[in-house]
Design a protein. Structure first.
Length: 57
């Protein structure tokens, strides 16, 4: 799950940086908050040891 969340956060921070509207510190805070929110959201819905169980929310 950590790799998938890192990929999503990287994607969105690249989009935000591309438009150059926010300061670097704001983008970093956004990335940190997004990471925490996604980890909390999916922590009980991710079963890498039992992929057949599914990852559905």
């Amino acid at each position: 799950m950590k790799n998938e969340i890192a990929a999503v956060v990287f994607f969105f921070t690249r989009l935000v940086r591309k438009h150059d509207k926010l300061k670097k510190e704001a983008v970093e805070r956004f990335a940190e908050k997004l990471t925490l929110i996604l980890q909390e959201k999916y922590k009980n819905h991710w079963y890498p040891e039992k992929p057949s169980k599914g990852q559905a929310y």
